[in-house]
Design a protein around this ligand. Sequence first.
Ligand SMILES: [Zn+2]
Length: 194
Amino acid sequence: MKESRWNSEASWNTPAPGELELVRRFLNTWRIDDSTRQPADELPWLLSDRRVWEERCPGWPVGGGDAEELLARLREDLRGALGAPEGWAEVLNGWLGGYPLVARVVGEDGEASVRYEPGPEAGFAGRVLAAVARSVEDGTFFRLKACPDCRWVFYDKSRSKTRVWCGMYAGEGGRACGTISKVRRYRQRHKAGE
Ligand SMILES: [Zn+2]
């Protein structure tokens, strides 16, 4: 399995802030493969090798409760919640019901906030859900998007938050999904006009 996509600083791979980046990496363990155009699932491979897992998700080990089937379902549900379609909050709440967060008050220099952390037995899935909950609160969750073509999850840093495609230009392991789509639309229009 190629690791090329993780070795790049290209915009399609812009890291999400803080722990949301590990969520993004987790979501990208499933994608449409660049060369075969077929769905590719890295989860079984990653789970079979703790060293590779640690490289991909540093500091977030898998625990006893993190079965492959459960993680695959969590990944699918979180991907389905990207872009906040109808019912997305219920889906997240369903998961949070099984992984209750622990609230901690953090205070320093006269400022205080409440921080939500995974419960003591939460494992990887609980960490993912805690990070997702925090990102919903600070709004960064809504900047995570899946490319409509290759399904790669990228972090939209644009001011307007209107980025649609993972990238416009191929190279460094990225795809030119935006340009491919433009060409396709142009051809369709051209054909329709004939
Ligand atoms: Zn794409």
